[in-house]
Design a protein. Structure first.
Lengths: 327, 277
């Protein structure tokens, strides 16, 4: 079975006076129909650029390096002419952004924005599109949808705005939803509600999900598989259960140790020493080794993604050492 | 809705609206309101420079024409020239600003630098040169010339707005949902640049009335005998000491018009700018 989305060696660079920023540097992954893949990492790891690159949405001076491949159902999106790509955006692959308030046009009514997306992809009459807009608002759990459909974005709370943005993204029944930090800008209680909604919608519609977040808890809740990004690369990927139970990359282990947990009381949270290097100057070899407690002489060479078990790989030399301890 | 509420409370804006409302009514109903034809020379022997009276509330001029009628008809010319010229300039300015802002790169550089060059020439000279090269400018010609030489500011405003809007997340979101550039411009950029453009246009009408009056005063604008305020002021200038009303009444009309549009423009700016309240 061919995967819904096949990404191979995706590289996105930004060239400016400071040099070349390799924001996404050789990312590969597969995503099956209906599957949920989480991508976690710190700020600056390249998660958002990765999300935007998939739909070729990065603006100059950003560009996707030749040799990158983003295949959706067997079609390379990176080679597609603009009009054909527009038919994929929104209709096949849709996106939800971090700031729900900012991703809605302040001067257009909620309903009009949904109608606009519908009419961009489908031959629907105005009354039909309006009716569908109300149904969509109902689907994403907005109470009194026929009232909110004619509201302006600023009249909605952050949670309702994100629901409306999700309704807009789902309007043409995409096969894949890319959610870039969909809950980060929201209150904790509203976060939980939006996560619940995404979970429920996925079960109901069978939409595949690419969830991008810095929050391990969010990813753990929604994703079946998780890829950890550091320095523009995937450093570890595994099923969610396995990754959280037995991380094999020291960075993943450090991230997990740094996350607050209710069952570990009154300890100081473990912080990862140092900071992410600027993307113009990645350290040679393993990009994490200057911050890694387990660094040794081999870390001066770049490790490849090494297979640990079925579907579990880590970009760390320790993995290849027979008898080496799990970090 | 907030905009309307702010507008209702704004007294200066209301004053401007009343002023302009009266002017527009006067201009539209000029034929009904005036007793005499604006170009009729009533009696060159006895009614030359007649002072204001019940028969001629604004007095008469050198050719014994009724000044009230001329001021009323002058409102028609001044307002229609100004409004049409502003419409032309706003349309052009918006289109050029959008193009520069969206295209970026060398298109933007070429457009904006030629605009800087055009702005370096004072507008009145620019218009004078064009008018001088163009024999027998009619009202249509005047509107065209004024419109073509006054879109610079609008295009700058629009370009600046577009540059900031196109980096906003909702524009990215619209692109991510498969909208074309044309759809994004029409549905997402234009409605967002409308507010500053409307403000600039309203203030622009006042400026345009002045500019037209200036040209007519220099006798390169509206040609006699068609009444225009600027031209009437020029005619009254020679008799300023003996018959001051000839220049005074069109002058007052001019001041009130510019004032009215400025009040509306500033009021709209206050109402549309969320930071102002």
């Amino acid at each position: 079975m061919i995967p819904l989305l096949r990404v191979r060696d995706l590289r996105a660079t930004f060239v400016d006076d400071d040099g070349t920023t390799r924001a996404v540097d050789g990312v590969s992954f597969d995503l099956d129909e209906g599957e949920a893949l989480g991508i976690v990492g710190e700020s600056g790891a390249g998660k958002s650029v990765l999300a935007l690159s998939l739909l070729r949405l990065i603006d100059p001076p950003g560009r996707i390096a030749p040799g990158s491949l983003v295949e959706y159902r067997g079609t390379d999106l990176l080679q597609l002419p603009e009009p054909a790509l527009r038919r994929v955006r929104g209709a096949e692959i849709a996106m939800v952004f971090q700031h729900p308030g900012a991703s809605l046009n302040p001067v257009l009514r909620i309903g009009d924005q949904i109608v606009e997306t519908l009419r961009a992809h489908r031959a629907v009459t105005m009354p039909d599109a309006r009716r569908q807009a109300v149904e969509l608002l109902d689907l994403v759990g907005i109470p009194e949808p026929d009232r909110w459909v004619s509201a302006y974005p600023h009249e909605l709370s952050g949670g309702l705005q994100q629901r409306a943005a999700i309704a807009m993204a789902l309007s043409c029944e995409p096969k894949l939803l890319i959610a870039d930090e969909p809950t980060t800008a929201l209150d904790v209680t509203v976060q939980a509600q939006i996560l619940e909604l995404l979970l429920e919608l996925r079960q109901r519609l069978g939409t595949a999900l690419l969830l991008i977040s810095h929050d391990l808890g969010v990813v753990a809740r929604l994703a079946e598989r998780v890829a950890v990004m550091y320095g523009g690369q995937i450093v570890e990927q595994a099923t969610a259960a396995e990754l959280f139970a037995s991380p094999r990359h020291p960075y993943t282990a450090a991230l997990l140790a740094a996350a607050p947990r209710w069952d570990r009381k009154s300890e100081r949270l473990a912080a990862i020493p140092g900071a992410v290097a600027p993307a113009t100057r990645w350290p040679a070899g393993c990009r994490f080794h200057p911050r890694c407690p387990h660094a040794w002489e081999r870390c001066g060479d770049s490790p490849p993604l090494l297979e640990v078990g079925t579907g579990h790989a880590a970009r760390c030399w320790l993995v290849a050492e027979p008898g080496s301890l799990t970090p | 809705m907030r905009v309307l509420a702010v507008m209702r409370r704004d007294r200066r804006l209301r004053a401007g609206l009343i002023l302009v409302g009266v002017l527009v009514t006067v201009a539209v109903f000029a034929p009904l309101l005036s007793v005499h034809a604006p170009t009729a020379q009533l009696d060159l022997l006895t009614k030359q420079y007649a002072p204001p009276s019940w028969a001629h509330p604004f007095g008469t001029d050198f050719y014994s024409r009724d000044l009230l009628s001329r001021v009323l008809y002058g409102a028609r010319i001044s307002l229609s020239v100004a409004v049409l010229a502003v419409l032309l300039s706003v349309t052009l300015g918006t289109a050029i600003g959008l193009t520069a802002g969206m295209a970026g790169g060398w298109v933007d550089v070429v457009l904006m630098r030629s605009l800087d060059a055009a702005l370096a020439i004072p507008r009145i000279f620019l218009v004078l040169v064009v008018v001088a090269l163009w024999h027998n400018v009619g009202v249509t010609g005047l509107v065209t010339i004024l419109g073509l030489t006054s879109w610079f500011d609008t295009s700058r405003i629009v370009r600046a707005e577009v540059l900031s809007l196109r980096t906003r997340e909702f524009v990215h979101a619209a692109r991510a949902l498969g909208l074309s550039t044309a759809q994004i411009v029409r549905r997402h950029l234009l409605p967002n640049v409308a507010a500053p453009v409307i403000v600039a246009a309203t203030l622009g009408i006042g400026q345009m009335v002045l500019l037209e009056a200036g040209l007519s005063y220099l006798s390169v604008g509206v040609r006699p005998p068609t009444p225009s305020w600027g031209q009437m002021i020029a005619e009254g200038q020679t008799a300023l000491q003996t018959a001051p009303w000839v220049a005074a009444f069109p002058g007052i009309a001019l001041v009130l018009t510019v004032l009215g549009f400025s009040l509306i423009g500033d009021g709209l700016r206050r109402a549309l700018d969320p930071r102002a309240s």
